[in-house]
Design a protein around this ligand. Structure first.
Ligand code: GDP
Ligand code: MN
Length: 376
């Protein structure tokens, strides 16, 4: 589960990391009061669980309490990358001299953690990482040892950060360990013109397996980064948003994973995928199709089902029934194989929907879906 910035800020503060004074509200009137309490001039920040708020108009300076109220009014209810702004945080502005990037992230492959740090933090960090990877230091952290003061100095030196940041690096590691986080990120960590080191933005992802001892954060609204993921979860479906153009529906995690590879092998990219699991009922199929079709990035849909306990004719029935309730707006390529595949294909042929076609092999289906996505 991701925390909101204001929650991350609270954790940082509890662990002795210096953060600007700030308060959260969902009311423009209260925003004005808060700004007054904080000294008048504030930064108004949309509280959404996504990055890049600054560039999307979700981080704005307000010169006085009246401006803070107005800005809060404009920001509340606004959407940033599909996330509705329900609350804003008002923070005392900091005069920034330099912006740094620091994070600890679980490195599953290495069985440890990775410290990632850069002296060129701020809103362009992704650009920096992509174009000049040498400006971003990556230092493995042994979880059994953790980030000692010596390790923190090593990380700071590797990234070219000022030595005073070492203290923050040690405390940030304590946040990760004590709060059961898989990721803690501060971007930007700044040095103010007065020479103080402050965390101006924070992202914390908690380990859901430890949720039983992190009850203070509640159940979360969804735990999903993406609104479509949340909608799918509400229907009991496993949906993951990716960034390509072919929507993928399959039964079973293994088959879905190989379908993603097949799509990539055909020069297309999966837009998202949905595992309908073992029981692909008509209802499940209708839900799956409606979720996938509501993603505007999807140009074609590939349904890849290997009939086992759930026979292909039942899946085909599901698709046909789904077509009654879901208006198909994009081409659908169906590959059915396994138990009762021929009967399943016959059912689809019988329905003869102009946007539905079937393929006999997984590669054939992936090729066709990729082709349709590119001509769409
Ligand atoms: P993000 O875009 O979602 O990562 O939001 P951030 O909280 O990181 O803010 C984006 C950028 O706004 C930061 O990189 C800073 O450059 C700027 N910013 C945020 N807070 C302050 C502040 O108190 N003072 C100044 N001068 N700039 C700020
Ligand atoms: Mn940021």
């Amino acid at each position: 589960m991701d925390l909101y910035e204001h929650q991350a800020r609270e954790l940082f503060e509890e662990h002795g990391i210096v953060v600007p004074r700030a308060e959260v509200t969902d009311s423009p009137k209260e925003a004005r009061e808060i700004a007054r309490r904080l000294g008048g001039r504030v930064v108004v920040k949309a509280q959404v669980k996504t990055g890049g708020r600054g560039k999307a108009g979700g981080v704005k300076q307000a010169a006085d309490p009246a401006a803070a109220e107005l800005t809060a009014r404009q920001m509340l209810g606004m959407r940033i990358k599909g996330h509705r702004v329900g609350k804003v945080m008002l923070a005392q502005p900091v005069d920034i001299e330099s912006e740094f990037y620091v994070s600890y992230v679980l490195d599953r492959a290495a069985g440890g953690f990775l410290a990632i740090a850069s002296a060129e933090g701020g809103t362009e960090i992704e650009e920096v990482a992509a174009t000049r990877p040498e400006a971003v230091a990556r230092v493995p952290v042994d979880p059994a040892v953790g980030v000692t003061s010596a390790k923190a100095q090593e990380i700071a030196a590797a990234a070219g950060l000022p030595p005073q940041t070492a203290d923050v690096l040690v405390r940030l590691w304590q946040v990760l360990v004590r709060e059961d986080a898989l990721l803690v990120e501060v971007n930007p960590l700044v040095r103010s013109t007065k020479g103080r080191i402050l965390a101006l933005d924070g992202k914390v992802t908690l380990d859901d397996n430890a949720r039983f001892r992190q009850a203070r954060w509640g159940a979360d609204e969804s735990g999903h980064h993406d609104p479509l993921e949340a909608a799918a979860a509400a229907k009991g479906l496993n949906y993951v948003k990716l960034d390509g153009e072919v929507g993928v529906i399959g039964n079973g995690a293994g088959l879905v994973m190989s379908t993603l590879d097949a799509v990539a092998g055909c020069g297309a990219r999966p837009a998202d995928f949905l595992d309908i699991g073992g029981g692909a009922s008509a209802r499940t199929m209708a839900d799956a199709l409606s979720v996938i079709l509501s993603d505007p990035a999807v140009k074609s849909v590939l349904v890849n089902v290997f009939g086992g306990i759930t026979a292909c004719d039942a899946v085909a029935d599901g698709i046909v029934q789904a077509l009654e309730t879901v208006r198909l707006t994009k081409p659908l390529v169906v590959r059915l194989d396994g138990n009762n595949a021929a009967r399943g294909r016959a059912i689809l042929d019988g329905r003869a929907h102009p946007l539905v076609e079937h393929a006999t092999t997984m590669d054939g289906a992936a090729h066709r879906a990729a082709e349709l996505a590119h001509t769409a």
